[in-house]
Design a protein around this ligand. Structure first.
Ligand code: ZN
Length: 336
């Protein structure tokens, strides 16, 4: 029996085939109490000139991460068709309901966009958006840049990243694009849980895929917004869509060689950092203490690094819960 997939319920009011700049929306019908025939309207910009590669640029995959939306709303407003050869598809806030709510996941269905791929045309709102990317937008793309930051609960050294891939030629092209992004740090990234990720969907289609983690804490800074804006132009130049060479500055290469990178809280409590982002660390160093908060007179739990490296990420809020990711220790690599 042949499985016939339902068409996506999402309609774009932009054409992906017309030259010029178009600002529009992906309209997803969303019937609800305050709007019986209402819609979720996800902003999208398509800039196209002639033949050439297609870049798909996304932010707001998680709704409380801001460098990507800043860089992409800015790029959508300023990029002109005459600046490019090929096509640039910009979705500054992929999980738009989450972005509007300032939350990681969607307030409509609690959907985590980056755990919802390949999505479903007859699923939740988040799954329907994922399905549209999976079946409509990703197949058009040659190079995919998906911005992340730590959101409200994590903070990162600013880095662009790609994953180790079974296809080494594809992996090489991904890391070339990471190098072109030229963030202060570049990471060979390991995922805690890669199932359902947009990254995995793009990589399995053979795309050149670059992601980022550009600080966090549920806000952006002048420095990290600047890194995002420069990085996206660098990637477009690297792809040959915008002319000129990427503005490369020194990037320091980091690696996450194993699960030993991750340090998880074993109990609830009050977080006392012992090292800060970017600080050098030796295996066995205490990187954080967690104080019990139920009563006084209790010794704090000490958390130690399992390998040499630098502190690449940390839990951001002052209180931790059992099972939270407290820290990520990455190893320093020579430039590749
Ligand atoms: Zn994210």
């Amino acid at each position: 029996m042949k499985l016939v997939q339902r068409p996506s319920p999402i309609a774009a009011n932009v054409s992906f085939e017309v030259d010029g700049v178009q600002h529009g929306h992906l309209r997803l019908p969303y019937s609800r109490d305050d709007s019986a025939w209402g819609s979720v309207m996800v902003p999208i910009t398509v800039v196209k000139r002639g033949d050439g590669p297609t870049a798909l640029l996304t932010g707001g995959n998680h709704g409380d991460e801001y460098e990507g939306p800043i860089a992409l709303f800015d790029l959508a407003r300023t990029l002109k068709a005459e600046d490019i050869q090929g096509r640039v598809i910009i979705v500054p806030a992929m999980n738009y309901p989450a972005f509007r709510a300032g939350t990681r996941t969607s307030p409509i269905d609690r959907g985590n966009m980056n755990r919802s791929f390949p999505g479903r045309p007859d699923g939740t709102v988040t799954e329907k958006i994922a399905d549209y990317f999976q079946r409509i937008l990703l197949p058009m793309a040659d190079i995919v840049l998906d911005f992340h930051s730590g959101g409200r609960t994590l903070d990162f050294l600013p880095y662009a990243a790609a994953h180790a891939l079974p296809d080494k030629e594809q992996e090489r092209r991904c890391f070339e694009a990471v190098a072109a992004f030229a963030a202060p740090y570049s990471m060979r990234m390991v995922e805690i849980d890669a199932v359902g990720m947009y990254d995995t969907a793009a990589e399995e289609m053979g795309k050149v895929f670059v992601t980022t983690e550009l600080s966090g804490g549920g806000t952006a800074s002048a420095k990290t917004a600047g890194i995002a804006k420069r990085g996206v132009m660098n990637v477009l130049k690297h792809a040959g869509i915008v002319s000129g060479a990427p503005d490369r500055s020194r990037t320091r290469w980091l690696d996450m060689p194993s699960d030993d990178c991750f340090v998880f809280a074993q109990d609830d409590g009050l977080l006392e950092p012992y090292v800060d982002l970017g600080d050098p660390i030796r295996a066995g160093d205490v990187i954080a203490r967690v104080h019990p908060i139920g009563r006084t007179g209790q010794a704090p739990a000490e958390y130690q690094a399992k390998l040499d490296g630098v502190l690449a990420a940390r839990h951001f809020p002052g209180l931790v819960k059992m099972g939270d990711c407290l820290a990520v220790v990455a190893t320093m690599e020579d430039a590749i």
